[in-house]
Design a binder for this molecule. Structure first.
Ligand code: PGA
Length: 247
């Protein structure tokens, strides 16, 4: 694939203004490593500050509402997030599916809301540990992805994140990542035809500086969605550097 690797930090519910020191250091590293497309999704409260404080990285949101506006106390629409400075939004993260009971249909609607105003979308999918142990993980995640995909694939990336690998320090076998990404690629080409071949599929779940090179070298891994290790430049920059060193 000729596209750049896409390395995205998901800061989750972490980051006050003081964390801009880290964001600026990550931004400087991204300037030195232009072969890699780098982005951070900070908490919504930091989007505007981060957009003003960095120049070489994308800034995104971690969720949006599917409606344009209305009586949804505490929620934010894609338009609001874009106006604040977000260029993309993560949808369907397993923590939102679990904590906020988001269904595949909700995730699809959120992705379409973002695409309708030309924001990028990173759509997450992945299996639980019990689902992995059942031997059915590929079928289950393929079904989840197919039901969550928006109707069009403009500015779309997918993130495969096994739930049991998130924040645990455990990562799947490289062969399992390869098999899953191959399976998800067929879901994308079944839905979008040839255009589905260009949708980047990121791997997420305990990506660190010392395992990034191996994971990024897997065929059909187009980047990484990184939680814990993206919170500091010391943790995140080695992952960006590992992507820069891939052929
Ligand atoms: P982690 O999180 O890198 O801390 O495992 C990844 C994610 O949830 O996106």
């Amino acid at each position: 694939m000729s596209q750049r690797y896409y390395i995205v930090g998901n800061w989750k519910m972490n980051g006050l203004r003081s964390a801009m020191t880290e964001a600026r250091a990550i931004d400087r590293a991204a300037q030195r490593l232009p072969k890699v497309e780098v982005a951070i999704a900070p908490p919504a409260t930091l989007i505007a500050t981060m957009r003003e404080g960095v120049t070489h990285i994308g800034v995104g949101a971690q969720n949006c509402h599917m409606a344009e506006k209305g009586a949804h106390t505490g929620d934010l629409s894609a338009q609001m997030l874009r106006e604040a400075g977000a260029d993309f939004v993560i949808v369907g993260h397993s923590e939102r599916r679990a904590d906020h009971h988001e269904t595949d249909a909700d995730v699809k609607a959120k992705a379409e809301a973002a695409q309708s105003i030309d924001m990028g979308v990173i759509l997450c999918c992945g299996e639980s540990e019990a689902e992995r142990d059942s031997g059915e993980a590929e079928e289950i995640v393929a079904r989840q992805l197919a039901a969550s995909l928006p109707d069009g694939c403009q500015r779309l990336s997918v993130a495969y994140e096994p739930i049991w690998a998130i924040g645990t320090g455990r990562v799947p076998q490289v062969s399992d990542v390869a098999a899953m990404h191959r399976r998800l690629r067929t879901v994308l080409t079944d839905k979008y035809g040839d255009a589905g071949a260009d949708v980047r599929i990121l791997y997420g779940g305990s990506v660190k500086g010392d395992n990034a090179a191996e994971l990024l070298a897997v065929p059909d891994v187009g980047g990484a969605l990184v939680g814990g290790a993206s919170l500091t430049a010391d943790g995140f920059v080695p992952i960006i550097a590992a992507a820069a060193e891939q052929d």
